[in-house]
Design a protein around this ligand. Structure first.
Ligand code: 0X9
Ligand code: ZN
Length: 773
């Protein structure tokens, strides 16, 4: 968050809180901190208003919603805001009450289950005591390390957790988890301690954790800025920086602006009174320089996580720039996506994830993860933990454990990825495929952690049915997105099983799925016909784009090459040369998200008639995009199906009002139409998007509609054993089978197992002499 605290504010704060001006041991007789301070959400309408607001107070908002921001106001500043007349919403009338509410919740929680370390936020000394306890319990797994000393002389500790060494094993990958650069973000040290406790206490109990501890060297620094943390406990709850006496009456350097990579750039300050004060030079602070030396001394550091709060974000490089794409983008995205999925699925808490170029947050220069990514080559991330602002920094203690649990799920994914040499995956693998047609599978192979793919080593192993040997097909292409084609198969109703194998440059064989061939992937061969395949690139013939009865005053559906905003797509979804899709109100280039979105009602899009008759099932798929305003949104995007040309409709899905599918991004939805309605030749789809609740930025888009009809399998060949099609079984069929030996020629593949061989010869012999037709 851009912290534009101004000197006037700090001067006033210091007057209010004499404790600022001393080196703050004990806060004796301090006035009630934050008495009559307020937190407000403001919505500046012009650049001038934006500037004027920056003078009023410190910005607490972490996600830059267009224009809107959250300010911490000193007593008196609220009156200035009223005088400015900027629209606003008061979140906290008196910050002292927030802090007191937090204290009350803490006291209650401690009273009820104080023996539990995670019942409450713990002071640095309590953290030390618990680390000691855990190390004493499992000296075979954990050791205490010293990182260095804070400016006030406190010892910064780290704990190393890893399973007993195995003779002859190569150096384990190291993951470093740092917390507490920022004093007031109390959930960060608590979350680091949750990870410490899980890694140690679950060893030998939970198989996955045991494996991760045995294979990875985990190093956790639970509280880097111990002075600041203690200070925020003792006197000034919302203190952020360390406790450097800047010598000019101001205190504190923002440790997360003090790292050398891109030191002094965007979102930093040269003023000691600023919450973003970068210090007199890179590594001017003992805390950051100690952690630098400590990190550089660790072996094989492959990843680093820096824990912060709040906003529920997973932020990859670069922090310093939204314009510069980081190297190793695919590795970062693969790990980031996996961490996000794991964190979101733990308790359903939504964490947004992205790199600097995804612009989830303001630019920040001289941050630790930028340094560790650039200098150490560690995949580096900032976690902004709970919440999104309801409680903010004063998060109730009953959220410590759930926050720890979801963050730990993310860390475990990282533990998995630091061991990866080649990351194999399939892009949109089919679940069904048409008989008698070659099937192309798209395979992605991302070389990880400095390894490479041995050239030409990637293979798809496949077979028709669940037994027999696997056939081998080379995977070809350049770069990371490769493909492989399985020849046409006639065995209707059978599953084609497959797995991918590849060799890394150190000779390690890697498969997908990882435990192949014990487990495999598959698709079913069906009697399929494609009824609709519309990439929405040409004239929208048969589509109804907006209805006369639609109530939206702006943002009606149109076919367009989209101009992106925070809420709407910049590109259509069709791969390759596609450009067009349906969008609700295409903006002009450079327009803000609120300008061409849907307002005050609904807009309707109806597909052409689809003939899905005669099928036993029909798979319809489309790609949709939906964004419904600042979270939580209050609007939905609905999709209906008709089998009578639109006379009546049946609901297929309701997207929203909350959840990850409401934050923009192309997502594919696939369903079986026969599960909703009898299949006819009069089927249509209807997409309705609207802004009907409180006015929000709402955008929807649709692209790439496809429908496939699955019919009953054709009857088996009427002349079993007849490989050459002469309606008799004899010597010429033996010749046909032998000629096609080892191929998958569907004529000679008499038993339909995908390969011509002994079992087909057996068929010829079984039906020897038979004449048919
Ligand atoms: O500003 C910071 O240091 C971090 N946010 S916080 O609210 N906890 O202070 C964000 C650092 C990472 N920033 C980016 N990757 N842009
Ligand atoms: Zn922070």
């Amino acid at each position: 968050m851009p912290h534009r605290a101004l000197s006037s504010i700090t001067a006033l704060a210091m007057a209010l809180m004499p404790v600022f001006s001393s080196m703050a041991q004990e806060a004796i007789d301090a006035p009630a901190p934050y008495e009559n301070w307020k937190i407000v959400d403001v919505s500046p309408r012009t650049a001038q208003e934006h500037l004027a607001l920056a003078q009023l107070g410190e910005n607490l908002s972490c996600t830059p919603r267009p224009g809107a921001q959250r300010l911490l106001l000193e007593p008196g500043a609220y009156e200035a805001l009223l005088a400015l007349g900027v629209p606003h919403n008061v979140l906290s009338e008196n910050v002292r009450a927030d802090v007191e509410r937090e204290s009350a919740m803490r006291a209650e929680s401690r009273a009820q289950r104080g023996a539990d370390f995670f019942a409450d936020y713990r002071a640095p000394s309590e953290i030390d005591a618990y680390l000691n306890e855990l190390v004493t319990l499992r000296p075979d797994l954990a050791q205490l390390l010293t990182v260095g000393t804070t400016i006030e002389g406190r010892t910064i500790r780290a704990i190393r957790i890893t399973g007993p060494a195995v003779p002859g094993e190569p150096t384990r990958p190291t993951i470093i988890i740092n917390a507490g650069q920022h004093a007031r973000e109390w959930i960060a040290p608590a979350t680091a301690m949750w990870a410490v406790e899980r890694l140690i206490l679950d060893h030998g109990i939970n198989a996955e954790t045991t494996d991760l501890v045995n294979r990875v060297n985990w190093i956790i620094v639970p509280s880097l800025n111990r002075d600041g943390y203690q200070y925020s406990i003792d006197s000034t709850r919302l203190w952020r920086k360390n406790r450097r006496n800047n010598g000019d009456g101001t205190f504190g350097v923002d440790l997360n602006r003090n790292w050398s990579y891109q030191w002094g750039g965007a979102s930093t300050s040269g003023s000691g009174s600023s919450d973003l004060y970068r210090g007199t030079g890179p590594f001017s602070e003992p805390e950051s320089s100690a952690l630098r030396d400590f990190v550089l001394a660790q072996p094989n550091v492959k990843a680093l996580i820096d824990l912060h709060s709040y906003s529920q974000l997973i932020l990859g490089p670069w922090g310093y720039s939204r314009a510069v794409l980081p190297p190793r983008e695919l590795e970062l995205r693969a790990t980031g996506d996996a961490m996000q999925a794991a964190m979101v699925s733990t308790h359903g808490t939504i964490y947004q994830e992205g790199l600097g170029v995804d612009a989830l947050i303001y630019e920040a220069s001289g941050v630790l993860p930028d340094w560790s990514f650039f200098q150490v080559g560690a995949l580096s991330w900032t976690y902004e933990l709970r919440d999104t602002g309801s409680f903010g920094f004063t998060l109730p203690p009953n959220q410590i454990i759930p926050t720890g649990q979801e963050a730990f799920e993310g860390l475990k994914q990282l533990g998995r990825y630091v061991q990866v040499r080649l990351d194999l995956s399939l892009l949109l693998p089919p679940t069904t495929a048409p008989i008698n047609q070659a099937v192309t599978l798209n395979v992605r192979i991302i070389p990880f952690n400095g390894f490479t793919l041995a050239p030409g080593s990637a293979r798809l192993m496949w077979r028709v049915g669940a037994s027999g040997p696997f056939m081998e097909s080379p995977i070809s292409g350049v770069g990371t997105d490769l493909s492989v084609t399985i020849p046409a198969q006639s065995a209707c109703g059978q599953a084609v099983q497959y797995f991918v194998t590849a060799v890394a440059n150190d000779g390690t064989i890697v498969t997908f799925p990882p435990d192949a061939p014990a487990s495999v992937r598959s698709f079913t061969l069906e009697n399929l016909t494609v009824a609709v395949d519309d990439p929405v690139e040409s004239l929208p013939i048969g589509w109804t784009v907006g209805l006369p009865g639609d109530t939206a005053v702006t943002g009606g559906w149109e076919q367009a090459d989209p101009n992106g905003t925070l809420a709407a797509p910049e590109d259509d979804r069709t791969p390759g040369s596609g450009t067009m899709c349906f969008v609700t109100g295409n903006g002009k280039p450079g327009e803000s998200s609120g300008q061409s979105d849907i307002d005050n009602g609904v807009t309707t899009l109806i597909s052409p008639v689809m003939d899905l008759s005669g099928g036993t099932s029909a798979t319809i798929s489309y790609w949709r995009w939906f964004y419904n305003g600042s979270s939580p949104g209050n609007d939905v995007f609905t999709v209906d199906l008709s089998n009578n040309d639109g006379s009546t409709w049946t609901r297929v899905e309701t997207v929203g009002p909350s959840g990850p599918a409401t934050r923009g991004g192309w997502l594919q939805h696939t369903f079986n139409a026969a599960a909703f309605l009898p299949l006819t030749n009069q089927m249509r789809l209807r997409f309705i998007a609207g802004d009907t609740g409180t006015q929000q930025v709402v955008e929807a888009a649709i692209d790439d509609l496809r429908a496939e009809v699955s019919s009953a399998c054709p009857p088996p060949p009427s002349c079993p054993g007849d490989a050459d099609g002469d309606s008799a079984v004899g010597l010429s069929d033996i010749a046909a089978v032998v000629n096609a030996w080892g191929t998958s020629d569907p004529n000679a593949d008499l038993d339909g197992d995908g390969a011509v061989g002994l079992s087909d010869l057996a068929q010829v012999i079984e039906f020897w002499g038979q004449a048919c037709g």
